[in-house]
Design a protein. Structure first.
Lengths: 610, 316
């Protein structure tokens, strides 16, 4: 970007911007403290920081908008030469959707479920009178094509629930761009997506921003993503700018300690041979929990078989004190597998063994002792913790139920659990809403540990957390495992998190095991083509990574097709760059042993998968 | 969606059947013998036995139930124990008043209160909203006879407009004179159902207004009117139609206090009379009619909320 641009090319400028929250007792708390930055035409400026850093609040100021309970308390937010902080909603209406457009984190929540997509995409320019409905429709069609959406002529006439999450995210980009805005505000637009979908969406955003000559504010906590899309980075912490500068300076030579911590929290995939190495002579009969030949699904169809099969022929052994990582895109059956292990969803075929004893598939038929040994930690701590109970009661209940402790002993055990998850013991008297997201997740974990389990099933426990907070939770899990010898089943769509932590990895695709084995073996060739796609889709904090990834044939396969468990052939056939027509689509792939405990389900020889 | 509706109709039929069993056997548990009520205290044993046989009371309860249900389904509600006339005739004299009052009330009260509630949701925290909340909460808390008394005090005694009770027959009157005829009961009932409708429609719309897609609409520069009418209302239809249906059912079945207060005979008063005179047959018949009213209205509400949900209307 040319550095000597004219002042009138500044699209947005925050000048000593202060935004404060009004608390219930009337006092004011500054959420954003005197922030300054500029966005010039053609530039992408990234606001980066963890939740609570004020990044979303700052980005919304470009639209003159404050979330309910917040207000502009000083400074200016200048959009195209005009300060928007003092304007009323009616005064701002022409600018919103015309000069500046907003893309939210969750497209699924941002689209009105009752209105067809096209009406929502074209609404802003038509309402503002800058385009007729026909012009807006033509513009929308052009954008659908540019964003590589399937069936662009007809996708607009669908309702939001009729398209996939990745498509909806791109449709939201179309909605923002339909009014030809000068400034785009993108609020974590890829955080909720699988890595493979994230590449597609990033690629689409980048090309569209370039073609339209727009400027953008990109809000995220992910430095690896920022490196792909931003020109300038503003690092925020607690409402203050900690560091700001061109992307290559911040990525390659971070100066502020906080930026360094952010960089350190990114866990690169381990290089070949550097993964966790478990002992070679591992004994299969030493498994804490073992599932064999599991088939499972939802609904009851004819002959007692489920209507929708979600899992087919799954074999996993979780050894004592070890971690098995389960990865795959959304919809591949990861959470279903955890539910089967927990007994929440009885498998229709196969066997689950705990300490060598067969577990009843149904939860109700298991003994209390068996229930105690297998515990579940949910993704959303917010919804898993009862908002009306104090932490003391949330943790005290399983302590009393499973261990029979009461009174002073129970209280002591609750405090011990809080110390175990590195929380102050005074937290026992708090309610969940008085805790931050990471703290709630720790309580959630302590609740599972209260039962003194042998196996803890962790379903996407770090996915809702920021990079640093998530990394801290992983460190905690590692420590707990060393101290208590508990086994973890760690479910995630984030390959790099799983790789940093798991001893063994199971790669699920459409309900089947694509590849399975020790972490370092799965992450080095030979690869299942799907594993290769996943590995190559993990963003690296390196400028130009995205361009390289787009070129590679793996990314070509990233165009997400339907992930469905097929009756015949390999489910990955349609997306696989190495598929062989007439074979892969007709015959189920055989399970190949390519090393000790390392299997790949593929028709190709290991040599072809290197 | 068709299968969902069929399933819902099935559930409705099962509900009605279950209620019919409860009503029939519930009235059987009550003390008293239908034959004796019919013949009076002085009847001889022989007369009683003959009457029992004629009324089918000598058969087993299950047989009696099957016969009763079959008769009900074919429109024969039996003969009143108290007055010896067919129940259908008794109902025919009364249902008009009930239907007139409930239809006239809902024509006015439902649209007006929904509009007031939605308007309150458009300006939450405004003076309008606060006053409306205060009034509707007060009205929810006030019993019907209290509201009715206030209205009578105001319109009849203070302003000297018309009578404190409903006088004469509504037959042959036009829409407006019909409103005049039933003015006070309609006003009382309107207040009663309006307060609930206002509060529920306000809450339903406000609930939707906190959704991310509404924030998105604000950030797209969509005017407030359009946000409410196009974006929010569509998603609030489900809960609103359910409250409307419950209130309409109340208008048919639960207005006994208002009927007695204003002295016009309706179905709700009839069932109370049936209980007082131990007229089991009347209570059974009316009980079933009330039950069917609820079942049908709730079914209609469910179909309406299914139809307002694009996920059900346009499956993937």
């Amino acid at each position: 970007m040319p550095k000597d641009t004219q002042a009138n090319d500044v699209i947005f400028e925050a000048k000593d911007l202060v935004i404060s929250a009004e608390s219930e007792d009337g006092s004011e708390l500054q959420i954003v403290k005197s922030v300054n930055f500029q966005v010039k035409r053609g530039e992408v400026v990234a606001l980066i920081g963890e939740s609570g850093s004020g990044k979303t609040t700052i980005s919304l100021s470009a639209l003159g908008y404050c979330k309910p309970g917040l207000k502009f308390a000083g400074g200016q937010a200048i959009l195209l030469g005009e300060d928007v902080t003092g304007k009323t909603t009616d005064e701002l209406r022409p600018a919103r959707g015309e000069n500046v457009a907003y893309l939210a984190q969750s497209a699924a929540a941002t689209f009105n479920p009752s209105i067809r997509i096209n009406e929502q995409v074209t609404e802003a320019p038509v309402l503002h009178g800058t385009k007729t409905q026909a012009e807006a429709n033509a513009k929308a069609l052009e954008l659908y094509k540019a964003l590589e959406l399937p069936d662009p002529e007809n996708i607009g006439s669908r309702y939001p629930h009729q398209v996939s999450g990745g498509q909806l995210q791109r449709l939201m980009a179309a909605m923002a761009l339909c009014g030809d805005p000068d400034l785009l505000v993108l609020d974590e637009p890829t955080t909720a997506l699988d890595v493979t979908t994230q590449i597609e969406v990033l690629k689409a955003f980048k090309s569209v921003i370039q073609d339209q000559g727009a400027a953008a504010i990109y809000v995220t906590h992910d430095l690896a993503v920022v490196a792909q899309i931003a020109d300038h980075i503003v690092v925020l912490y607690n409402g203050e700018v900690k560091e700001a500068g061109p992307v290559d300076t911040i990525i390659n030579a971070p100066a502020h300690p906080y930026t360094k911590r952010l960089m350190a929290a990114i866990r690169p995939l381990p290089e070949a041979g550097q993964g966790e190495i478990s002992s070679d002579e591992h004994l299969r009969d030493d498994a804490a929990l073992e599932v064999s030949n599991i088939d499972a699904g939802y609904g009851t169809g004819s002959g007692g078989k489920p209507n929708v099969m979600v899992l087919r022929d799954i074999n996993v052994a979780i050894e004592r004190g070890k971690t098995v990582g389960i990865i795959g895109e959304s919809g591949c059956g990861k959470s279903t597998l955890a539910r089967v292990m927990a007994g929440l969803l009885p498998a229709c075929d196969g066997e689950i063994r705990l300490d060598g004893q067969v577990l009843h598939p149904q939860l109700e038929k298991r003994t209390r002792e068996q229930l105690r040994k297998v515990q579940f930690v949910y993704q959303m701590a917010e919804t898993a913790l009862n908002p009306h109970q104090r932490i003391r009661d949330i943790l005290g209940r399983p302590v009393e139920f499973y261990r029979g402790l009461k009174g002073a002993k129970k209280r002591a055990r609750v405090e011990e659990l809080l110390r175990l998850v590195e929380l102050p013991t005074q937290f026992a008297d708090r309610f969940p809403h008085e805790l931050s997201g990471g703290q709630k997740q720790r309580v959630n974990l302590a609740r599972a540990l209260a039962a003194e389990p042998e196996v803890v099933l962790c379903d996407e426990v770090t996915s809702a957390l920021d990079t640093i907070v998530g990394a801290n939770v992983i460190d905690l899990l590692t420590r707990l495992q060393k101290e208590t010898g508990v086994s973890f089943v760690f479910i995630s769509h984030d390959l790099s998190t799983v790789a940093s932590f798991a001893d063994e990895i199971v790669v699920l695709y459409a309900g089947r095991v694509a590849e399975q084995g020790e972490t370092d073996k799965v992450l080095t060739p030979p690869f299942h083509p799907y594993t290769r796609l996943l590995v190559s889709s993990v963003p690296e904090p390196r400028i130009g990574w995205l361009e390289g990834a787009i070129q590679s044939q793996e990314a070509q396969a990233g165009i997400a097709g339907a992930v469905e468990l097929t009756d015949v052939g390999c489910p990955f056939f349609a997306r696989c760059p190495q598929s062989v027509a007439g074979k892969c689509d007709l015959v189920a792939p055989p399970r190949m042993r390519v090393g000790t405990g390392h299997t790949i389900e593929c028709h190709l020889e290991p040599g072809a998968l290197m | 969606m068709t299968s969902l509706i069929l399933k819902r109709i099935g559930i409705g039929m099962i509900t009605a059947l279950a209620v019919s069993i409860i009503i029939f056997f519930g009235t059987k548990i009550l003390p008293g013998d239908a034959a004796q009520i019919r013949l009076g205290q002085e009847a001889t044993e022989a007369n009683m036995a003959a009457m029992r046989e004629r009324m089918g009371l000598d058969k087993s309860y299950v047989m009696q139930y099957v016969t009763w249900l079959g008769n009900f389904l074919s429109g024969n509600l039996g003969i009143s124990l108290a007055s010896d006339v067919p129940i259908t005739d008794l109902i025919a004299d009364r249902y008009q008043n009930t239907v007139y009052v409930s239809v006239l009330t809902s024509i006015v009260a439902v649209p007006v209160s929904l509009a007031l509630g939605i308007l309150a949701a458009m300006f939450p925290g405004s003076y309008y909203d606060r006053i409306l909340t205060l009034v509707s909460v007060t009205l929810v808390a006030a019993p019907e006879f209290f509201t009715a008394t206030l209205l009578v005090l105001l319109f009849v005694f203070a302003l000297d407009l018309g009578n404190a009770v409903v006088v004469g027959s509504p037959d042959g009157k036009g829409l407006f004179s019909m409103y005049a005829h039933f003015a006070l009961p309609i006003a009382t009932l309107s207040f009663v159902i309006a307060s609930q409708l206002i509060r529920m429609s306000r809450a339903a719309v406000l609930n939707v207004m906190s959704s991310p897609y509404i924030e998105m609409a604000i950030l797209k520069g969509v005017p407030r009117r359009r946000i409410i009418l196009r974006h929010a209302l569509l998603n609030a239809i489900g809960p609103i139609v359910n409250v409307v249906a419950l209130n309409l059912a109340y208008l048919v079945t639960g207005v006994v206090v208002v009927e007695v207060y204003f002295g016009y005979p309706g179905l709700a008063t009839l069932i109370v009379q049936g209980v007082q005179t131990r007229d089991f047959v009347l209570v059974q018949g009316l009980g079933m009619i009330f039950c069917l009213t609820y079942v049908i209205l709730m079914l209609a509400a469910d179909v309406a909320s299914f139809a307002s949900n694009p996920r059900l209307r346009h499956p993937k």
